[in-house]
Design a binder for this molecule. Structure first.
Ligand SMILES: *Cc1c(COP(=O)(O)O)cnc(C)c1O
Length: 387
């Protein structure tokens, strides 16, 4: 079955639920066992209802749905995307190990490698995600993980994941990939040599700006290790939140299509604007990452970047402060449009980022794209007036 069908069928079984279309929310702490033997024999594990902290059937329904959509061997939910990053690194790395990280990853990922993981005795290095050969040069015999995110956070470069995975695997390292931008629908990581994925389900999987959640998927071989790693940290996710995420997955395919179409439309409109130096969107044929994006991805989401021509901070603030439809705030992936200033140069150490002018990140939501370009048009008028 194809993804549009899978999102409507996975994780529910009306025949087992009095014909009710959606699965119930099952809350639990204590799980009762009928005999001493069954009580003592029960072990927490995938799909095993043992104690509330390890999940209930509501949790497992979501985990199974995401694992199936992504083509993974298993999935585990965590309380946030950042929690998924931390738990994965702690599960896969130990003191004396080394992790190689793409220079364009989500900034809090760098904070985890530079802070917590360093304190735990794990060394890290950053590499240029557009030069796979750098992985060959920087990989060490202690390197256990190569960590990627594509498109890059804030700057949206596309990485040749398969080329890097081949080098990593030849040196005995695992490939961890943050797939939040593309979701399990638009990038199939296990077809490109990835071993573990991270999702901020807070973004498109949740999709309505009302949920914090992370999901870690992996090959079947690594699933037990990751589930154990997350259990070791005592992390637990509310069944209500799992149910909300599962409910939102029903519309993930239609939402993403709209985000993609409107995003491309707004990106093309922005390309024609004199205030804009560059649009950072891999689905645009002029984008340097377009050929790789076309080779590897099944679609684009609604998040991309813009580099403006030189403008003062005050002029940018005049534009952003009075947007009508575009909100300003962290996160993205909800139904609403967002526009914020970004400073990618502050999140880099192995590569240079030399923008022509101020950088913005735009999330194109589910509004009518003509209303969005009208809002941007008025914003550019304020930018020019304040310049
Ligand atoms: C937001 C985000 C995260 C972290 O997710 P939270 O749920 O906010 O903790 C991780 N990776 C990427 C790419 C993100 O955009």
């Amino acid at each position: 079955m194809r993804d549009a069908t899978l999102v409507t069928t996975l994780g529910r079984d009306p025949e087992q639920n009095d014909g009710i279309v959606n699965p119930p929310i099952q809350r639990a702490s204590t799980i009762l066992f009928p005999t001493v033997d069954s009580l003592l024999a029960a072990r927490p594990g995938p799909g095993v209802v043992n104690y509330g902290r390890y999940g209930t059937p509501t949790t497992f329904a979501l985990e199974e749905a995401v694992a199936t959509l992504e083509g993974a061997g298993g999935a585990v939910v965590v309380g946030s995307g950042k929690g998924a990053i931390v738990a994965t690194m702690l599960a896969l790395l130990q003191a004396g190990d080394h992790v190689l990280v793409a220079d364009n990853v989500y900034h809090p990922t760098r904070q985890t490698t530079d802070g917590l993981m360093k304190r735990m005795g794990v060394a890290s290095d950053y590499f240029d995600p557009l030069v796979p050969e750098q992985v060959r040069q920087k990989i060490r015999k202690e390197t256990r993980v190569v960590y990627l995110e594509s498109p890059g956070s804030l700057t949206f470069e596309i990485t040749d994941v398969a080329a890097i995975a081949e080098i990593a695997h030849a040196h005995g390292a695992l490939v961890v990939f943050d797939n939040t931008w593309a979701t399990p629908l638009y990038f199939k990581p296990y077809e490109h040599g990835v071993d573990v994925t991270i999702h901020a389900a807070t973004k498109y999987i949740g999709g309505h700006s009302d949920l914090m959640m992370g999901i870690v998927t992996s090959t079947a071989a690594l699933h037990g290790r990751l589930r154990q790693g997350i259990q070791d940290l005592g992390m637990s996710v509310s069944p209500e939140d799992c149910w909300l995420a599962l409910r939102a997955i029903r519309t993930l395919d239609v939402r993403l299509r709209r985000h993609m179409e409107s995003g491309i439309e707004v990106a093309q409109w922005l390309q024609g604007r004199p205030e804009v130096a560059r649009v950072l969107h891999p689905a645009l044929p002029s984008d340097p990452g377009h050929a790789l994006w076309k080779r590897d991805f099944k679609g684009a989401s609604g998040l991309f970047g813009i580099v403006l021509n030189p403008a003062s901070p005050a002029a940018v603030a005049a534009m952003l402060d009075d947007m009508e439809l575009f909100g300003m705030g962290w996160s993205w992936g909800g139904y609403e449009s967002l526009l914020i200033p970004t400073f990618p140069q502050k999140s880099r150490s192995a590569t240079a980022w030399r923008p022509e002018g101020p950088c913005l990140r735009i999330h194109v939501g589910l509004e009518d794209p003509d209303d969005l370009t009208a809002d941007l048009d008025a914003g550019f008028a304020r930018l020019r007036a304040a310049s």
